[in-house]
Write a protein that binds this ligand. Structure first.
Ligand SMILES: Nc1ncnc2c1ncn2[C@@H]1O[C@H](COP(=O)(O)OP(=O)(O)O)[C@@H](O)[C@H]1O
Ligand SMILES: [Mg+2]
Length: 208
């Protein structure tokens, strides 16, 4: 079983968007998937409730309280995607990372977010599990706008610090639309959104 933690100390950087879309990507290829919500806002739990029964099912786990983390995992699952909380106290980070084999960190191009993200990456890199390579960090640039020039600078800065960015996910309103219906972009196979789906391929490959 693979456990993927989507996390960043910043709120609003796309943790729930990435977690739900990753869950759909794995469910669509036939994996037994659970989406564990570790955020008090419980956005992922609400997303699963909105998901239509006709779509590939995703099990919902409530890990929003520290004492419930790790609960209700079962051997039949292939993948658990954890939607991490906004703002991570170090104990909670350790508890969640202890569950994870992969750590996905969404970052926004906005310059205001950089320092918090660098600090966060340095903090989780210090954890023994990450140092020993038992949990690998994957960076994803999210809400990338074609006109944004900041993203290249951010990627340079991150690469210099030893954190290469795996892929760029575009800023598209369709992500919010799908979220409202308990869906993700991998629920659709239309040609017009093929480019959007292909932006996820390097991440999905790295998680395999
Ligand atoms: N790639 C994207 N394109 C457009 N909107 C996005 C994208 N990623 C996230 N959003 C929007 O940004 C807001 C915050 O995203 P969310 O996934 O809820 O972040 P977090 O869980 O980190 O707080 C939401 O309204 C979401 O729909
Ligand atoms: Mg969220």
């Amino acid at each position: 079983m693979k456990t993927i933690l989507v996390v960043n100390s910043k709120g609003g950087c796309g943790k729930t968007t990435l977690a739900t879309n990753l869950a759909v990507a794995f469910a669509r290829r036939g994996d037994a998937v659970a989406l564990a919500d570790a955020d008090r806002q419980k956005s992922s739990i609400a997303w699963v409730k909105r998901r239509d029964k006709s779509k590939p099912g995703i099990v919902s786990l409530n890990w929003s309280k520290v004492e419930n983390i790790g609960e209700d995992k079962n051997k039949d699952l292939d993948v658990i995607v954890i939607d991490g909380p906004g703002g991570l106290r170090s104990e909670l980070a350790k508890t969640l990372i202890a569950e994870a084999s992969e750590i996905v960190v969404p970052v926004l191009p906005s310059v205001f977010d950089w320092d918090a993200t660098f600090k966060f990456l340095d903090a989780i890199s210090e954890l023994k599990r990450v140092r020993k390579g038992k949990a690998e960090i994957h960076l994803v640039a999210n809400r990338v706008n074609r006109r944004s020039t900041q993203i290249a600078d951010l990627e340079d800065e991150l690469a210099k610090r030893g954190y290469p960015v795996l892929c760029r996910i575009a800023d598209r309103v369709v992500y919010a639309k799908h979220a409202a219906h308990g869906e993700g972009i991998f629920d659709f196979a239309d040609a017009s959104s093929r480019d959007m789906r292909s932006q996820w391929h390097t991440l999905l490959q790295a998680l395999d």
